[in-house]
Design a protein around this ligand. Structure first.
Ligand code: MN
Length: 191
């Protein structure tokens, strides 16, 4: 699902979200962002910079720091790189209507032991990455399910490394924006 899908879903005369375009893939800084999104259902949107776009997943429970907790990650349309800076409110009658917080952001790198590009890894449905964010750090696997009732959805799984911690639960203990320090309610009020 590419950027055209992103643009078709949105009316840019009504929403303040950035209009979609694909950036020069040579500027591949490999950013990641996790946006907490209070829409119809509260969820976390996980986005990885891959070849000029943000590959995106909706994670209902958010990322875990516990290697024993597999988190469902539902793939969504590619978002423009500028979306990594978006924090604010989407009008209720628009796609994804509700409040968006930049919950965490940082950089990531590929830690798979093959020579595939990240774009190929995404296509193949297996990504091994190391996240360096403010709230979330360390290795994660992202694996697409190829069979069963959840076919097409992915799982996000913490690797068992020095950042693994089953007692930590940042998605419920840390509720403020990494860029503005605001809560979801604070962002909603200021719009
Ligand atoms: Mn969302």
């Amino acid at each position: 699902m590419d950027i055209d899908t992103y643009n078709k879903k949105r009316d840019f005369t009504k929403t303040k979200e950035p209009k979609g375009s694909k950036a020069d893939s040579s500027q591949n800084g490999q950013r990641f962002v996790i946006q907490k999104h209070q829409a119809t259902n509260l969820h976390f949107d996980f986005r990885l910079e891959v070849e000029g776009v943000l590959k995106s997943w909706s994670i209902p429970k958010g990322p875990s720091t516990d290697p024993n907790e597999k988190r469902m990650a539902i793939p969504t349309e590619d978002h423009p790189l500028a979306y990594a800076e978006f924090e604010g409110t989407i009008p209720e009658d628009q796609y994804g209507g509700g409040t968006v917080m930049i919950w965490d952001k940082g950089t990531y790198r590929d830690i798979s032991d093959d020579n595939n590009s990240l774009a190929t890894a995404y296509k193949n449905g297996v990504m091994e990455i190391l996240l360096n964010g403010n709230k979330i750090q360390g290795g994660y696997s992202l694996v697409k399910m190829n069979s069963g009732s959840q076919k097409g959805n992915w799982l996000m799984i913490k690797k068992d490394d020095m950042h693994a911690d089953g007692r930590k639960n940042p998605v419920s203990t840390q509720n403020k924006s990494v860029v503005s320090g605001r809560t979801l309610q604070g962002i909603e009020k200021e719009q």
